[in-house]
Write a protein that binds this ligand. Structure first.
Ligand code: ADP
Ligand code: ZN
Length: 227
């Protein structure tokens, strides 16, 4: 691609799917390959939870139960992060919007070009979430069964220690899936009605590697002249 051409592409996307569908995994790879920013609300909350601030404690109360953080808190944070993105640069929203209220608010803040929908069977989701590990230092996602780090317990990228998220335990996983089905999944219908383009990547096998899915998403974005 010509340099001038490349500069004109700055996709504004939402990466959408159930907990454990791979939003963070694909989002971080798309970030590198497309040169866009990623705003991941879950990552932002996990950072906040590390310190003992009032806000951190408040957020923790919701996240650790598998409940959604109240819209007004999320929206405020999202607005700030979006305003930090340089004019004209593309971005992917990971974990936002999660409620109809958030989707409506987003419309007043920025235009979205496309939804990247990760379609993953429930069985795979549950298996993945229970064996997921995260780098404490940089947030990179691993899976001790299907996406192992090179050295056990350590991040490939930064050498940081891997840990299991406090919300990746069976009870909270069940709650998060229920919250997703009740509050977040209906957003798909909402965006379909709005005629927003939706690019779907389907995962059929638990051992599926991320790269082919990422390449497929990029191919489809190119077909739609969004990458
Ligand atoms: P996953 O998609 O694997 O469930 P995330 O890292 O995206 O995980 O989110 C973790 C938790 O952070 C959610 O279960 C929820 O408590 C909170 N959270 C993240 N994004 C939002 C949002 N947009 N609205 C409300 N709560 C959110
Ligand atoms: Zn790391």
């Amino acid at each position: 691609m010509e340099e001038a051409d490349r500069r004109q592409k700055h996709v504004k996307a939402i990466i959408f799917g159930a907990p454990g569908a791979g939003k963070g995994t694909y989002g971080s790879r798309l970030k590198e390959k497309l040169g866009v920013e990623v705003i991941a609300t879950g990552d932002i909350f996990r950072e906040l939870m590390k310190d003992n601030s009032e806000l951190g404690k408040k957020v923790k109360g919701f996240v650790e139960k598998g409940l959604l953080v109240p819209d007004e808190v999320v929206v405020e944070i999202l607005k700030q992060r979006l305003s930090d993105i340089p004019e004209g640069k593309g971005f992917i929203l990971d974990g936002f919007p999660r409620t109809l209220e958030q989707a409506k608010t987003l419309e007043g803040i920025t235009k979205i070009d496309v939804i990247l929908l990760l379609d993953v069977p429930d069985q795979i989701i549950i298996e993945r979430l229970s064996s997921r590990r995260i780098c404490r230092n940089c947030g990179t996602v691993y899976n001790i069964r299907f996406l192992k780090p090179k050295v056990e317990g350590l991040c490939d990228k930064c050498g940081g220690p891997l840990y299991q998220r406090s919300d990746d335990n069976p009870e909270v996983i069940t709650k998060r899936l229920q919250v997703y089905q009740e509050q977040t999944e209906p957003l798909l219908e909402y965006y379909k009605k709005k005629k927003l383009p939706i690019i779907t990547a389907t995962t059929k096998r638990i051992e599926q590697k991320p790269e082919p899915i990422v390449d497929e998403l990029i191919e489809d974005l190119k077909k739609q002249k969004l990458a």
